[in-house]
Design a protein around this ligand. Sequence first.
Ligand SMILES: [Zn+2]
Length: 255
Amino acid sequence: MPQTAPRHRIRIGATTVTYLPDGAVHADPEVIFPATAARDWTSHRQLLDTNGWLTATVGSFLVRTDSSAALVDLGLGRVNFAVPGVATYQGGRLLASLHAEGLSATDIDLVLFTHLHRDHVGWTSDGMGGLTFPNAWHLVDRAEWDHWQSHTDATGPDLETVLTPLSPIVEFFDARPPEPGLQTIPTPGHTPGHTSVLITDPASETRLLILGDAMHTTAQLTEPHWHFRSDADPALATTHRRVYPVIGVSGVVDQ
Ligand SMILES: [Zn+2]
C-alpha cells in the first residue's frame, strides 16, 4: 500500500532541506494521466492503492541555512474535498509540520512558488486578509504571475485568497533572485512560468532539485511522455522531463 511522504530532512552541505507534509491527494491515474490506460500501470502497481488510485503527498520544502528559512510552495491549505471520479484533496497540516521543526510562520523570510496551481498556494493567506508568512519575501516567475492575471481556471489561484493578497508584495525571480545556493530553473510546460529550484552545496557540488510539478509521480521517470491532465503545454512539459537531470527528490509521491 502506498503511503504519503513523511516529514523528512536532507542535508546539502550547510543547507538543510526538509519536506513538510500538508496533506494528500488520491486520484484516478487514468484520468489525471489521460494518455494512459489500465495496462500501462501494471508495471507501476506499487504506486496504486487497493482502489487502483494513485496516492500523492502535497506539502512544502523548508530550505534552511544559518541565516534564512525559506519555503518552496505552500501546499493545499485547510481543505477537504473531492472531485467525483477524479480525485480527493485533503490538506491542513503545513503549520503543524513547520512547528515540528521548531519554527513558526513569522520565522519564514522567503517563499518561492514553483507555480501558482491551487495545490501549491494553499497557505498564502491567513483567511483574515493577511499573509500566513508576513515577514517573507514572496517570489514567483513573472510569466506565471502574468498568466494568472488573465486566465481563470479551476486549477489556478483563487483571486480572493491568493492573487489579491500577493498583488502588493509579490516579486519576480528575474528582478530579485533568491539567495546564494538557491537557483531557479525555468521548466515551463506544466504552466507557462513553471520553475524548478536547484540547491547546491558549493563545497561538495552536491545538488538537490525540487521539481515542483515537472513530474507528478515516479512513474514519469521511466515514462516521461505521460503528460498530466492540467499540463498547459504537454509537449514542452515532456521535453523538460527528458532534458533536466533528476538529481534530487521531488517529494511529490512516496511509494
Ligand atoms: Zn501544478
